[in-house]
Design a protein around this ligand. Structure first.
Ligand SMILES: Cc1cc2nc3c(=O)[nH]c(=O)nc-3n(C[C@H](O)[C@H](O)[C@H](O)COP(=O)(O)OP(=O)(O)OC[C@H]3O[C@@H](n4cnc5c(N)ncnc54)[C@H](O)[C@@H]3O)c2cc1C
Length: 344
């Protein structure tokens, strides 16, 4: 079969891939094994400005101005009214961003790279600019196989929807619910997304999630779950850009991956566009992208260290720690910085 040629090929049409695609004008191929917006793997909670900046505010279901953290000994409430969070509809979000892209979308599975050619179930494709936005699968930058051997430690999340409405984003950090992990309940209108995330990467979360739902008096509907990275990975591999979970850009501790995928996706897209337009050589764009991602290395290291601390900490310390983090003197230092991550 002949190889078809493009200016750029993006593998993965979720948060990271769409954020890249939105910046590109040229002969661009966007590939995903699922229809865009059809395969939700996230609770879809993110700062409201992320949806606004991507031009998909219409996908927002609910705005949240409080984050409530339950620990074994106490409950701590963080006020986020200065920079509210939202829960959104995944399908509307993705389809809304896709509507702004000038790309050719192809639904097919990528098998890997062979001799610089992207091998898919629908044929072979080539481009000077290759972008891996395939999440933890790392279809291009992984070690040549599917699924790729994980290069960074992975957490695992399992989630369901339940008929419940609420006013805040709720977290539980409680070894009684899950050792080395957290539980959440994110209201989105009449439904809430309820899940468990294991920092240890344990995929066997169905039983503890069912137990947790019972304690809340809720019944599960459909389940979905997947891995997400717990450490920043390499932003480039050879001549391939890696974006989003494919590059370990999900924030450790909080597991926020949408905002970094949108942020680094935009940066990557703008650099790739400059290559397509002939304004930069590919090597310079790769180097600039690597530099921009690694500029955030310290923030990732700090969050990773905190995650490891929480994983190992006795349950009795979690309440005082959450309260300490909310003390005005301490909160004033870290909270605005955390919220500013990814803002222009
Ligand atoms: C249960 C759960 C809840 C979460 N909740 C939140 C939350 O509320 N807020 C938040 O900010 N983060 C959340 N996260 C993390 C967040 O979902 C991820 O960090 C985010 O989805 C990363 O986006 P991405 O585009 O890099 O990868 P993904 O969203 O994983 O997208 C990868 C895309 O690549 C495609 N793909 C993969 N392999 C191939 C292949 N071989 N061929 C073709 N296509 C391929 C997939 O079909 C997919 O569409 C959650 C994670 C989990 C597991």
């Amino acid at each position: 079969m002949p190889t078809r040629e493009y200016d750029a090929i993006i593998v993965g049409a979720s948060f990271a891939g769409l954020a890249v695609a939105r910046e590109l004008r040229g002969k661009v191929l966007l590939v995903d094994r699922h229809e865009v917006g059809s395969h939700q793997t996230s609770a879809c909670g993110t700062p409201l400005w992320v949806a606004e900046r991507l031009g998909v505010k219409e996908s927002v279901i609910q705005v949240h101005t409080r984050v409530v953290i339950h620990t074994p000994s106490r409950t701590v409430t963080y006020d986020t009214s200065e920079s509210p969070y939202c829960t959104f509809d995944y399908r509307r979000f993705c389809r809304g961003v896709l509507g702004q892209c000038q790309v050719h979308f192809l639904r097919t599975a990528v098998r890997g790279l062979e001799g610089g050619v992207v091998e898919t179930d629908a044929g072979r494709f080539e481009a000077p600019c290759l972008i891996d936005a395939s999440g933890w699968h790392r279809a291009l930058v992984g070690d040549g196989g599917l699924p790729a051997a994980p290069a960074v430690p992975l957490s695992f999340g399992l989630e369901t929807e339940a008929h419940y409405s609420g006013e805040a984003l709720y977290f539980w950090i409680d070894p009684g619910i899950l050792r080395e992990g957290a539980a959440w309940l994110f209201p989105a209108g009449a439904q809430s997304r309820v899940g468990l995330g294991s920092y240890a990467g344990t995929p066997k979360l169905r039983a503890p999630l069912a137990r947790f739902l019972r304690t809340l008096g809720l019944a599960p509907t459909r389940f979905h779950g997947t891995y997400f990275p717990a450490r920043l990975g390499a932003p480039i591999a050879g001549r391939i850009f890696a974006v989003g979970d494919a590059a370990g850009q999900c924030l450790p501790l909080t597991g926020e991956g949408i905002r970094p995928a949108a942020y680094f996706g935009r940066a990557c897209g703008q650099l790739v566009q400059s290559v397509i337009a002939g304004a930069r050589p590919l090597e310079v764009a790769l180097d600039e992208y690597r530099r921009r991602v690694l500029a955030c290395r310290r923030a990732y290291r700090l969050l990773r260290a905190l995650q490891r601390g929480v994983q190992r900490m006795p349950g009795a310390w979690l309440g005082p720690l959450a309260e300490l983090g909310n003390h005005p003197a301490i909160r004033g230092y870290w909270w605005p910085r955390y919220l500013r991550f990814g803002q222009p």
